[in-house]
Ligand binder design. Structure first.
Ligand code: SF4
Length: 429
């Protein structure tokens, strides 16, 4: 049976809330969840990520980290070698030895993540048992946690989801009598976090960010926690938070002026802050962003864009680019479409938008080539061949590394798309 379910291409009312989705199940071309270490280690500054993997895994995170060489790095790989794979050595003993040596040498580490990989899965190394064993041994100075970043189980943004979900049980319980507090969930660049913290402060909304910058500053969670997702790829984390009593505030994601405003408004509604106050607090930033976006819109309007499934950011990005930048959506592919978390986004997409979920590279390449869009958002592996065919591309991973949320970053976000188009025009001139 074909893995492709035919599309209904008729435009319909109410955005894409109930639109049919083309489900693709085929060959994938996406980084694995280890990639998340690159932005997570910058965020939680006293954490250390120890990948339990192969030389390939070590190579991936080193090359993804690019030029970021620290005197005291915050990630490393414990290599599983042939002897381990053949069951000739006790991988647990070896792991304990590596961790002990690391923690003796690095007393600054307060939280250690053992990150599973394809090889550790293949030899069925039980990292959760290893983590609880090592946690007991190094209690109370270091917490040892584990999650999987393996390419068998995760795509690159799911690594962050797995990491944060593993942290949720560590969050201290909020006292039952405490006042409601907002938690912003998902890694944001420090500059963006600082901006949002200022806005919430001006609105009088008490806020904590998860993950925190320091391992010992974990936000409390409980029935009075209301949380806003800052990233659309955190399904497991959300489930774990709800298991601790937290309630999600449904909202679009804070991309573009419209998305940021609606995201903040969801918090205002939950905390009894008036829209008039929200408008007053955000007026200057919205005005700045509006002027900067108008310049970008001139470059992007009516350009046709095609998204390959990669980061799970595709739906909010498509919404921003179509509604605020006037771009035409040829196809919006996403590795996983979370109907609930994306409900507000889907209603804002133009009716009839072609949505696809999952990956089947060959089918998607065929559709992309047939459509000849002005710009393609895709993974690194597809970008070069598509560029060689004359298509303009944008690497999806750059959108995860770059600060793009909030009013002050809206124009930077638009520029990430206008720059490659302008470069292509210059090359063609
Ligand atoms: Fe490759 Fe798997 Fe290691 Fe990721 S975890 S680098 S997919 S071997």
């Amino acid at each position: 049976m074909s893995p492709v379910i035919p599309l209904r291409l008729q435009p319909q009312d109410g955005g894409c809330a109930d639109a049919p989705v083309l489900r693709e199940r085929g060959q994938r071309e996406v980084f694995c969840g280890l990639t998340g270490i690159i932005w997570l280690h910058r965020k939680i500054q006293d954490a250390f990520f120890l990948v339990v993997g192969s030389r390939t895994c070590a190579h991936l995170i080193q090359s993804a980290a690019g030029v970021m060489i620290f005197a005291e790095p915050r990630f490393a790989t414990a290599i599983i070698d042939e002897r381990d794979l053949a069951g000739l050595a006790d991988a647990n003993e070896e792991l304990d030895r590596v961790v002990t040596r690391l923690l003796e040498r690095r007393p600054d580490i307060k939280m250690l993540f053992l990150v599973g990989s394809c090889p550790s899965e293949v030899i069925k190394l039980d990292l959760s048992r290893a983590a609880s064993r090592l946690s007991q041994r190094f209690n109370p100075s270091v917490r040892v946690l584990n999650y999987s970043g393996s390419g068998i189980e995760t795509t690159f943004t799911q690594g962050e989801d797995a990491c944060l979900a593993s942290l949720v049980p560590e969050l201290p319980p909020a006292p039952a009598s405490s006042a409601p507090e907002l938690m912003v969930v998902g890694t944001l660049a420090d500059v963006v976090e600082d901006q949002f913290a200022r806005v919430f402060n001006q609105l009088g909304i008490p806020v904590r960010f998860f993950p925190p910058r320091q391992a010992n500053a974990l936000p409390p969670v409980g029935a009075h926690t209301r949380y806003l997702l800052a990233q659309p790829f955190l399904a497991d984390t959300a489930r774990a938070l709800e298991g601790r009593g937290a309630q999600r505030l449904p909202a679009p994601f804070p991309l573009g002026v419209e998305g940021t405003m609606a995201w903040l408004a969801a918090a205002c509604d939950a905390f009894g802050v008036s829209r008039a106050q929200l408008e007053a607090v955000t007026a200057a930033a919205r005005e700045r962003a509006g002027a900067a976006l108008a310049r970008q819109r001139a470059q992007l309007e009516n350009k046709r864009i095609f998204f390959f499934p990669d980061s799970q950011l595709e739906v909010p990005l498509a919404r921003f680019l179509s509604r605020e930048m006037g771009m035409q959506l040829v196809e919006v592919g996403t590795p996983y479409l979370h109907r609930q978390h994306l409900a507000e986004e889907l209603t804002m997409l133009p009716a009839g938008t072609r949505l696809s979920e999952g990956q089947h590279v060959e089918n998607q390449l065929d559709r992309c080539q047939a459509e000849q869009p002005d710009i393609v958002v895709c993974g690194l592996g597809l970008a070069n061949p598509l560029e060689a065919q004359g298509l303009t591309t944008k690497w999806a991973i750059e959108l995860v590394f770059t600060p793009i949320q909030g009013f002050d970053q809206a124009a930077d976000l638009a520029e990430l798309f206008s720059r490659p188009l302008t470069r292509r025009l210059k090359l063609a001139a």
